[in-house]
Design a protein around this ligand. Structure first.
Ligand SMILES: *Cc1c(COP(=O)(O)O)cnc(C)c1O
Length: 463
């Protein structure tokens, strides 16, 4: 990121305000393929299209704001992960990034497995027909009901996150006459190079059992003694929006160290190692994510090398990308309501959504890009902050970006890379109605999650 020395357009003084932004692209109408879904482009009139459909038509039919998801792109990315990891490894899509029944069916068809971390996500997965043995159940405080439901359904693995849970799951499985395959989630003491709130494997955090002080070894010791549990492996998830593979290297080294200790103490070679998700995507042109095949190669080399060093059979690897599959597949389409230039500062562009459909900017200081979508423009770039309509000054969608200086109410703008953690974290703040997810493919659009209505809101208000 660099401060721009470029002129900021007619509405601004020559000196740009403090901020964390890149220079405006040479052509504001260009759509960087790094941050947009595969089938996104512009038609002859300059209107952004996806899957062959113009956003003006989508806005007319489905309203704004709306999440527009490129199904072809989703399937391409899911398949790329599946193919990259081959038959010796498993890819679990992290459902918390975005889950709907259509998505579950696409994953099933593309041969991916699925991570869920609540009873609601499990219900969605099962109701769309995902075979239970391809589902992994996560969470640091699964309720007794959730555990029972998962064990009864026969999920392929439950990832155990605490000493209490080891006993709870064992007890539930035994009382149902079952032996539940489990992995034990450990914290390896690696801090991924991301924002503090999304880095999860350093030890001072709520997830996992620390390797330090022999706690994880003790967890394995206890779990191996329980008849209700089939301990199949060790799980580690080091963070989110990671670009640098060195964190995985340290994690794999430490997890393999535990596998070796387990072998030495119990004579058992655990069969699986799960390295979690957290692979980064491009939110802006400054981000350079790795391709799935590069990641697969790197991870498999790391694990193989570590296991050879420890004289262990190489375990089956699994990974859990969420954002890296669904993130780039969708953009949020908004209509501009007001344009408010603040002389010498920036221009505030208010849209018809905001933190209720994208909390990531407020929560993590996330960066996004934005484009004028309903037309092209040759006007000078102006520095904007895209804000929502909520009663909160932190209600920011895109903190610092450039849009054409002639932007006006009624224009449609699109924020790319909102497929992950936007709809799934959406709220009803200010009694906003959560936007629909519209899937587009080969010239056809269909709603896969419909827009909420006032009736939906009032249905819950039974007073
Ligand atoms: C959140 C999470 C993931 C997915 O993270 P992404 O950044 O979306 O890839 C995978 N595994 C676990 C255990 C998680 O908590």
């Amino acid at each position: 990121m660099s401060r721009s020395a470029h002129p900021a357009g007619p509405r601004h003084a020559d000196v740009l305000p403090e901020g964390h932004y890149t220079a405006p692209a040479d052509d504001l109408n260009a759509l960087d393929p790094k941050v947009w879904a595969h089938t996104v482009g512009r038609d002859a009139d300059g209107v952004v299209t996806v899957g062959g459909i113009a956003v003006t038509q989508l806005a007319e039919e489905y309203g704004t704001p709306a999440y527009i998801l490129d199904e072809t792109d989703f399937r391409d990315r899911a398949r790329a992960w599946r193919t990259a990891f081959g038959t010796d490894a498993d890819v679990f899509y992290a459902g918390k990034a975005f889950l709907s029944r259509a998505v579950v069916r696409w994953l099933d068809e593309e041969g991916l497995n699925l991570d869920v971390c609540s009873g609601g996500e499990l219900a969605t997965a099962l109701s769309a027909g995902m075979p239970a043995e391809r589902i992994a159940f996560h969470g640091n405080n699964k309720s007794p009901e959730e555990i029972e439901r998962a064990v009864r359904a026969g999920v392929g693995r439950i990832v155990l996150d605490s000493f209490q849970e080891i006993v709870r799951v064992a007890h539930t499985a035994e009382s149902l006459g079952k032996r539940q395959p489990v992995q034990i989630r450990v914290t390896v003491g690696v801090e991924a190079h991301t924002h503090e709130f999304i880095a999860t494997a350093h030890e001072d955090q709520k997830f996992g059992i620390p390797l330090a002080d022999g706690q994880a070894a003790e967890a394995v010791r206890r779990a191996l003694q329980l008849d209700g549990l089939d301990v199949i492996g060790i799980h580690s998830h080091i963070g989110s929006q990671i670009f640098d593979m060195s964190g995985f290297e340290v994690a794999a080294h430490r997890v393999v160290g535990l596998l070796k200790d387990v072998r030495d103490e119990h004579g058992v070679e655990l069969a699986e190692i799960d390295l979690g998700g957290g692979l980064g995507i491009a939110y802006t042109s400054d981000d350079d994510p790795r391709e799935p095949h590069e990641i697969a190669k790197a991870l498999s080399e790391i694990v193989t090398r570590e296991c050879e060093g420890a004289r262990l059979r190489t375990p089956r690897i699994s990974v859990e990308p969420g954002r890296a599959i669904v993130g780039p597949t969708a953009f949020t389409l908004y209509e501009v309501g007001t344009v408010k230039p603040l002389e010498g500062l920036r221009t505030y562009v208010s849209v018809d959504g905001g933190m209720s459909d994208n909390i990531r900017t407020a929560l993590y200081d996330a960066e996004y890009s934005v484009a004028l979508a309903s037309r092209t423009s040759d006007a000078e770039p102006m520095l904007v902050r895209v804000v929502g309509k909520h009663c909160e000054s932190g209600d920011i969608v895109v903190k610092d970006a450039f849009l054409p200086g002639d932007l006006a109410p009624g224009d449609l703008i699109a924020v790319p890379a909102t497929g992950a953690y936007c709809r799934s974290m959406a709220s009803n703040y200010n009694h906003a109605m959560r936007p629909p997810v519209v899937a587009v493919r080969d010239g056809a659009a269909r709603v896969i999650v419909r827009r909420e209505t006032e009736e939906d809101l009032l249905r819950l208000d039974v007073g």
